[in-house]
Design a protein around this ligand. Structure first.
Ligand code: SF4
Length: 227
């Protein structure tokens, strides 16, 4: 199956089965989304949603947070991963946002990635969710699942290459949803260690599943994976 055809079939399945999809992070403002996404690096959304209500109540906007110390912020995010560096990044980000952008989250990747602690993935999440820009953020789930299914070739071996290939194969109007579809599929079905292929709605279009099935069929004592 060619890449475009595979992508069309996979996207059609998600559109049909998951018509409404959004981030699992809780937020009310662009600033809060930016903070939540920064905190979510190598941590679970569930954990982030446990700490952000108190954090956002105490620091509702960039200019309030800009006046905090990293130590003060750390007390609110002590249970997330890397609280020391994340609290420093949050204060630095809030200060730059307040000083340079009047507390408004900028709408270009060039400006966003200049904020302390903000990388390309975080910038793309914000630009897509807040500013409706046709971008796709590639996190660890999107990277793994896109390669497994075969939405991108195996030669796409960096997050940037995967992003560029996905931008070519996914129609613009589905990019934002595709990020969530693929990410949530990776979180709950196509998990890193043991993908639940028997319980996967897109297995008919998945390259990895195709290869595994072929491999097992070729081994003596055929043990084909259940669909
Ligand atoms: S069939 Fe398996 S490897 Fe392919 S997307 Fe589904 S869970 Fe992942």
């Amino acid at each position: 199956m060619r890449q475009r055809e595979r992508a069309d079939k996979v996207l059609a399945w998600f559109r049909r089965e998951r018509p409404v999809v959004k981030t699992e992070l809780h937020y009310d403002t662009p600033f809060q989304l930016l903070v939540a996404v920064m905190l979510s690096a190598q941590c679970t959304d569930k954990r982030i949603n446990m700490v952000t209500p108190a954090l956002f109540e105490r620091y509702p906007d960039a200019c309030t947070m800009a006046h905090a110390t990293a130590e003060e912020i750390r007390q609110y995010i002590a249970s997330v991963t890397y609280p020391n560096s994340k609290s420093k990044h949050l204060v630095g980000m809030a200060q730059m946002l307040c000083d340079t952008y009047d507390g408004i989250v900028p709408d270009t990747p060039r400006e966003l990635v200049k904020l302390p602690g903000v990388g390309r993935k975080t910038a793309n999440v914000v630009l897509s969710a807040i500013y409706d820009q046709p971008r796709i953020a590639v996190d660890t789930h999107v990277y793994r699942v896109s390669r497994r299914i075969g939405l991108v070739p195996r030669t796409a071996n960096t997050p940037l290459k995967v992003e560029e290939k996905l931008m070519r194969v996914i129609p613009e109007e589905y990019l934002a949803d595709a990020h969530h579809w693929i990410l949530l599929h990776g979180r709950y079905v196509c998990t890193a260690r043991k993908p639940k292929c028997h319980d996967c709605g897109v297995s008919d279009y998945c390259k990895y599943h195709e290869q595994q099935t072929r491999k097992l069929a070729a081994t003596p004592g055929d043990k084909r994976p259940q669909k």
